[in-house]
Design a protein around this ligand. Structure first.
Ligand SMILES: Nc1ncnc2c1ncn2[C@@H]1O[C@H](COP(=O)(O)OP(=O)(O)OP(=O)(O)O)[C@@H](O)[C@H]1O
Ligand SMILES: [Mg+2]
Length: 497
């Protein structure tokens, strides 16, 4: 049983081992069976556990089965007392120490079963097995290893048997598995319970955050038909910098200089893009161009922005409680932040009625505001904004809304995730005014695709369209000099010479 578990993929193996650990009958004569009395380990395993594969006979003669001296054996109720003391002892140690103690015991446990059942043949396999059990006990089970992997940016659990990850911008099916729906549910509870949130049939969706700031969404049956679904956007400790984005080909140096100047002269910028296209990352980078002496107020659903400036007030929305009360929405926070003397308002994402408050703020002296929205093109973004404003329930005529949009938004930065997994700023578009009923859009930079190479990589160029924006005078007023070549296509540049 143990040997077959050993050959199965790691998670099942770990769980099987845990099951074995609980079921193996005491066999005093051979090896090191697991006894109830041998619980209460944290206090006792201060000594070095026997390394895997080491002959158990090497241990000190008066040591107990786990190489620990003078252990209590078989006194009635001893196991429970020891457990209580262990739990108490664990309360007083930090997470790292706790994990060390748990790992020690698991190594000891697996080592003893391994020796007993001839499991200790490959030390690498045993190491993986220990890690799996530690992850199960201390972390988020099968996905813990994926969360540790720096190359993975997103983890998507579609029921117990399908775990997808995003690696280098591409979605791939991982080899990790949960045992069953109950196992996924257990991990979801482990995430949401410490936050005072709950998930069950009557409230089957939840947004949460891991301790490291990663964004989590869970949705369970009956709403999710394939079993419990978990989506984790990993928090990047080392946020991408403008240099990284230039290196990845998301934008050019010239585009970056232009955007930095736009933020400095307090233009209102809207980053538009599809899901996971990199809107928040770009918003974070745009925010980094805000001068350090300005008071910045940020409003987000789940705090993802990492501003380096000193004077920042960050606010986060609150979901309703179990009785459906107490919700504080993005809209509430946007309205509140207008009374907080903001010099810059940054809203993580606009999705509904808050768009109207944001436009009004931008039109009434709170310029230099930044936000993001879901849309596939700048034109689409304008249409989406109009719909969002209607969601505010003010019954404004379409024309009035478009006028508001045209006078509030100066620039749309369109970001897309291309088929090869790369992220590109495909348009930097000026909102140039309104003509009749139509908001006038003018591309300043654009990505032009030329083809696809043999490995599926999308080829193309990010180029200026040659048109200079109407707000050029603002750069001059602020003393910002942008070289004329920034707006010139390569052909124009060579003609100028
Ligand atoms: N320019 C980029 N190049 C490569 N990877 C990027 C780039 N921008 C963002 N990413 C990565 O893509 C993932 C999604 O980024 P981000 O959270 O900024 O997207 P988003 O559009 O805000 O997503 P959502 O719609 O879910 O809010 C992150 O893991 C991030 O590190
Ligand atoms: Mg985002």
């Amino acid at each position: 049983m143990v040997a077959s578990a050993w050959r199965t993929p790691p998670p099942q193996c770990a769980l099987a081992l845990l099951e074995v650990a609980q079921r193996v009958p005491a066999r005093p004569a051979e090896g090191y069976p697991i006894r109830r009395q041998e619980r209460g380990f944290f206090r006792r395993v201060a000594g070095r556990p026997a390394p895997f594969g080491q002959a158990q006979d090497d241990r000190q003669p008066d040591a107990g089965p786990h190489g620990v001296r003078g252990r209590a054996r078989g006194r009635p109720g001893q196991g429970r007392q020891d457990d209580a003391r262990d739990t108490e002892a664990l309360k007083n140690v930090d997470e790292k120490e706790k994990e060390k103690l748990v790992r020690q015991k698991i190594e000891e446990l697996i080592g003893s079963i391994g020796a007993d059942r001839d499991l200790a043949r490959t030390s690498l396999g045993l190491k993986n097995l220990v890690q799996d059990v530690v992850d199960e006990v201390m972390g988020l089970g099968p996905i813990e290893m994926l969360l540790r992997d720096d190359e993975i940016s997103e983890v998507m659990v579609n029921g117990p048997k399908k775990i997808y990850v995003e690696r280098h911008g591409k979605l791939v099916l991982s080899e990790r598995r949960f045992r069953d729906d109950g196992h996924v549910m257990h991990i979801i509870h482990k995430i949401v319970a410490p936050l005072g949130r709950h998930i069950d049939e009557s409230s089957p969706m939840v947004d949460a955050r891991l301790k490291d700031g990663s964004r989590v969404n869970a949705i369970i049956p009956p709403l999710a038909l394939c079993g419990p679904v978990l989506t984790i956007r990993k928090f990047k400790k080392d946020q991408l910098t403008p240099k990284d984005l230039i290196k990845y080909g998301t934008l050019t140096e010239e585009m970056c200089d232009f955007l930095a100047a736009c933020v400095r002269v307090r233009l209102n910028v809207l980053v538009s893009g599809g899901t996971g296209s990199g809107k928040t990352t770009t918003l974070n980078i745009l925010s980094s161009f805000i001068p350090p002496d300005e008071r910045i107020i940020t409003v987000e659903d789940a705090a993802e922005l990492q501003l380096r400036q000193e004077h920042v007030v960050s606010m986060e929305t609150r979901p309703p409680n179990i009785e459906g009360k107490g919700e504080i929405s993005i809209r509430d926070l946007v309205r509140n932040c207008l009374r907080m003397r903001p010099e810059r308002i940054i809203v993580g994402e606009i999705r509904g009625g808050e768009a109207l408050d944001m436009l009004q703020a931008m039109n009434t002296g709170h310029d230099g505001s930044l936000t993001t929205g879901h849309a596939n093109s700048p034109r689409d973004m304008i249409a989406r904004l109009e719909t969002m404003v209607m969601m505010a329930g003010m019954d404004l005529p379409s024309k009035a809304i478009r006028e508001q949009i045209a006078s509030a938004i100066d620039l749309i930065v369109q970001q897309n995730r291309l088929r090869d997994g790369s992220r590109k700023i495909t348009h930097i578009t000026e909102v140039a005014g309104i003509e009749g009923d139509l908001v006038v859009l003018q591309d300043i930079f654009r990505f032009e695709q030329t083809g696809v190479d043999e490995r599926g990589k999308i080829l193309g160029r990010l180029k200026p369209t040659g048109i200079r924006p109407k707000f050029m005078h603002k750069f001059q007023e602020e003393g910002i000099v942008l070289p004329a070549r920034i707006f010139m296509s390569k052909d124009e540049e060579s003609a100028a010479w």
